[in-house]
Design a binder for this molecule. Structure first.
Ligand code: TYD
Ligand code: MG
Length: 467
């Protein structure tokens, strides 16, 4: 009989060690090693012969070029993130914090696809009645939509065999348990074993499966690396608890790009796709306020406008604190240093807070200029103007560097009614003239601040925060 042995797997990096330790020997994270029971030993008498016709690697040119078959999920933003619809026979994982809307999203998808396909929604979290009530609220119905409340994997597999669905939703992987595995549901061992069995079933039967996975407080799905290796797509559903915006992001996609994001709004009767994220993200923007500036970032192929807010206040105790939400902390520290040294604003002894409105996370350096302007605007307590947007990367010498997809960004900025846009001087020739949008090319940070905030060096010295 195969022997069971215990190994320890790091929930951060996925590396395995035979002994438990407080610190992962591979990545150095603390308290991340989790127990995993595996069955050791090989099946006896396994004969592999060189004459086996199935063991024949093929030449790459002889492989089939047929495209993977996709179907539309009926939720355009989900299709976009999946790379143009879901792929038949794929295993997809949707992760997110509890209450973010994963079950809602997939139940809405069930409603949309149940007219063409047989769908089985397996829930280990709610009762069948609760699902029915939610489906009624979301106006989801369909003769081909089946619901089954179960956590036992053997019974789940049997239900799949009975119904023979095309699409299966498992809500959630943490509640599923395999009786042959001596471990509690939700543990690393259970999650791995259950996902492996589901994966085999998916490929054998050509099912399309959506697994729901809760993420832990530190922002990772329990046993994330183990799951990520096994599934075809990993999507994360994000958003802030106090806003209704939700963003769906792909972190792995075997059938498409991982750049695209899907934007949703949670409403009283479910999630609504937001076709026009810029408009939504800018709604409720304060008028004539200082410490805010709009930029345009590319999320995949789509330009999205984002508002960056900053608050700069004097800290007389010389222990300035820096907070940033929505942009990388190191990037914001660099921008503050450049603002001080090249922009001529002494912000070293100021507390600074930066926030990107709407829960967006800006990874692109193209947002640098707007971040810098909102910091300068807050420091000087002068608005940059409601009709101004800014795009440009900032270098360590305070110079403005060019950005990609300039014209696409400019048209989005013009479409949302902005009248002026500050761009790097180097991009002037490339920029198309858009009627109604005045371009303000600038070379460096100091020029940018003096153009829109109207402050030369002398006036800067008289600023309210200076001692
Ligand atoms: P849910 O899909 O249950 O979250 P998850 O499966 O990710 O844990 O979403 C729960 C939240 O969504 C809950 O706080 C209520 C809210 N909600 C709405 O605002 N409108 C709706 O129509 C539904 C179904 C949920
Ligand atoms: Mg749920």
């Amino acid at each position: 009989m195969a022997k069971e042995r215990t190994i320890y797997v790091c929930s951060e990096c996925g590396s395995e060690t035979p002994n438990w330790a407080g610190k992962c020997p591979a990545c150095g994270s603390w308290n991340t090693l989790k127990e995993l029971k595996i069955t050791a030993g090989r099946t006896k008498n396994r004969q592999v012969s060189s004459s086996d016709p199935e063991i024949r690697p093929k030449r790459i040119a002889d492989l089939s070029l047929a495209e993977e078959l996709r179907f539309m999920t009926g939720i355009p933003e989900l299709d976009r993130v999946l790379g143009g619809g879901a792929v038949n026979g794929s295993l997809n994982l949707i992760g997110g914090a509890p209450g973010i809307g994963k079950s809602t999203l997939l139940l809405q998808m069930c409603g949309a696809v149940a007219s063409n396909s047989v769908v089985l929604y397996i829930t280990g979290e709610e009762s069948e009645r609760q699902i029915r009530l939610r489906a009624d609220r979301l106006h989801v119905s369909g003769d081909q939509l089946y619901v089954f409340a179960e956590t036992d994997l053997d019974r789940i597999v049997t239900a799949i065999e009975t119904v023979s669905p095309d699409i299966v939703i498992i809500d959630s992987i943490q509640t599923a348990s395999d009786n042959s595995v001596q471990s509690t549901p939700g543990s690393m061992t259970q999650i791995r074993e259950c996902t492996m069995r589901i994966m085999r079933l998916t490929k054998e039967k050509g099912l399309t499966v959506f697994l729901i996975g809760h993420i832990t407080k530190d922002g990772t799905i329990a046993g994330p690396k183990i799951l990520e290796h096994m599934v075809d797509c990993v999507l994360y559903f994000e958003g802030e608890q106090d806003t209704s915006f939700r963003i769906l992001r792909a972190v792995k996609n075997r059938y498409g790009s991982t750049n695209e994001i899907g934007v949703f709004e949670m409403e009283a009767n479910g999630l609504r796709c937001v076709d026009n994220p810029s408009e939504m993200l800018l709604s409720g923007r304060p008028e004539h306020a200082s410490g805010t500036c709009v930029t345009c970032v590319m999320e995949g192929t789509r330009p999205i406008l984002a508002e960056i807010q900053a608050l700069v206040t004097a800290n007389p105790r010389n222990n300035a604190s820096r907070r940033s939400n929505g942009i990388d902390y190191n990037r914001s520290a660099m921008l503050l240093a450049v603002l001080e040294k090249r922009g001529g604003l002494p912000v070293a002894n100021c507390d600074t807070y930066i926030n990107v409105v709407g829960g967006l996370y800006l990874e692109e350096p193209a947002a640098d200029l707007a971040t810098m302007l909102s910091l300068a605007s807050s420091y000087l307590d002068r608005p940059v103007g409601d009709d101004l947007a800014a795009i440009g990367e900032i270098g360590l010498s305070g110079e403005l560097r060019q950005v990609s997809a300039l014209n696409q960004r400019l048209s989005e900025i013009a479409r949302l009614g902005f009248k002026r846009c500050m761009i790097p001087a180097g991009g002037r020739e490339r920029a198309e003239q858009i009627p109604g949008l005045q371009l303000i090319p600038v070379k460096n940070v100091r020029q940018a601040i003096s153009v829109v905030l109207g402050k030369g060096e002398r006036q800067v010295e008289k600023s309210p925060h200076q001692v």
